[in-house]
Design a protein around this ligand. Structure first.
Ligand code: GLV
Ligand code: MN
Ligand code: MN
Length: 398
């Protein structure tokens, strides 16, 4: 069997489990998710795994190991962003199943589970990572009441899909029984392509914070209020946004982004009275992220004052940076061979939440043009074949 080509075939097939529109749109607990789950169940079956859906909507495929052996967990997410690609998340599930299928009925040193998590992207509900957080014991049941854009709560959606909201907190695993967690994922950036390498081993996953900012000024007629008499909230907000590239440059590798913004009244002939935006900051070092957030808050206040406005600045989400486990990193390095690049991840992953349960490490695959979160996302069958080999070697060695 050409394992890389088989991966490409399976990913093309499951990419059709998508809402209409360009690329792949597969949100958790939808008809598209259900269709994808049927295919993943088939992949897991071919890999010799016993399959069940857990209370948090994670599809779990398990292969028993020798008596008393711990469990090696391998996973990624089935969901996508809106108009995303055919590789982000789902490829890690497909390659894990293929690596186990390739190992066949050969004796392995440990039990192995493949975990197909429901909701890593956090696009449908204003929360994410329910599956891994449940396993790690860090799940906050309060998020079950959060609703999607149609007013459907996470609790209702999960129950309708066959999960059990009341039992999610009880999914917590015993860390002593978990050997470690591995995740394969497209890099989503240009480093491996530039290095001419098919795979790389991840050193750490960035920390992330989101800050909710509201700039308040005063609306008025766009044709009559003199320029010097205005309190334009968008002038204040854009003053902050335009400085972000320069501000971020003070901390190597730090990223600062305003990707979401709402204007009021948002009409062409009225001065913007209110601007709400989300400032997301990511960094490998939590201290850099904190220092950048403090600088941004000062700048936001200064720009607001200069425009006669006010601003509030509130952290709405935080996820610390996590380092990959040095021993698991060594296992992946040995499996991948001499000279494999080591690189940090600026995207977040299910692995960041699994790190609260057990040691974790990740293998990245080169993706064309470094493109991700868009329909053009692509990893070659050859590179996927390499990654399957590396993972199979690591599973057999651990
Ligand atoms: C998910 O892909 C993220 O990094 O936000
Ligand atoms: Mn993603
Ligand atoms: Mn992903």
């Amino acid at each position: 069997m050409d394992w890389g080509k088989e991966a490409a075939r399976r990913l093309a097939e499951i990419a059709t489990c998508s809402a209409p529109g360009p690329g792949v749109t597969r949100f958790p607990f939808t008809a598209e998710h259900r269709a994808a789950q049927a295919l993943i169940t088939g992949w897991m079956g071919r890999a010799g795994l016993e399959v069940h859906l857990d209370a948090a909507g994670t599809l779990v495929g398990r292969r028993e190991g020798p008596a008393g052996a711990r469990t090696l967990l391998i996973g990624s997410h089935q969901d996508s962003v809106r108009g995303g690609g055919a590789y982000d998340g789902i490829m890690g599930i497909a390659l894990a199943c293929l690596a186990l299928e390739r190992l066949g009925d050969r004796d392995l040193p440990n039990a192995v589970e493949v975990l197909a998590f429901a909701d890593e992207e956090g696009v449908r509900f204003p929360t994410a990572l329910m599956g891994p957080r449940a396993l790690a014991g860090t799940f906050d049941p309060g998020v079950l009441d959060r609703c999607d854009a149609d007013g459907v709560s996470l609790r209702e959606a999960l129950a309708g899909f066959g999960g059990d909201p009341g039992a999610v907190a009880g999914l917590k695993r015993d860390p002593a029984r978990a050997l470690g967690y591995l995740e394969l994922h497209i890099e989503q950036g240009p480093v491996l392509e530039r290095a001419g390498q098919p795979v790389g081993v991840v050193s750490s996953i960035c920390g992330i914070e989101r800050n909710a900012l509201t700039f308040r000024g005063e609306t008025g007629h766009a044709g009559t209020v003199p320029m010097e008499a205005r309190r334009d909230a968008l002038v204040a907000a854009s003053g902050l946004i335009s400085t972000l590239p320069g501000v971020a440059a003070d901390w190597p590798g730090l990223r600062a982004t305003v990707g979401e913004m709402h204007l009021h009244p948002n009409v062409a002939n009225a001065i913007p009275e209110e601007v709400r935006l989300v400032l997301e900051i990511r960094a490998e070092r939590d201290a850099d992220r904190g220092a950048c957030a403090a600088r941004c808050q000062e700048l936001a206040e200064a720009r607001a004052r200069a425009a006669g406005c006010e601003v509030s600045f509130e952290r709405s989400y935080e996820q610390p940076a996590v380092a990959c486990d040095p021993e698991l990193v060594s296992v992946l390095r040995r499996a991948a061979g001499e000279g494999v690049p080591i690189l940090p991840s600026g995207a977040t992953h299910d692995a960041s939440a699994m790190a609260d349960l057990c040691p974790m490490a990740m293998l990245f695959l080169r993706c064309r043009g470094g493109l991700s979160h868009r329909p053009e996302e692509f990893a070659s069958p050859e590179d996927m074949g390499v990654a399957i080999e590396v993972l199979a070697r690591a599973i057999a060695e651990m």
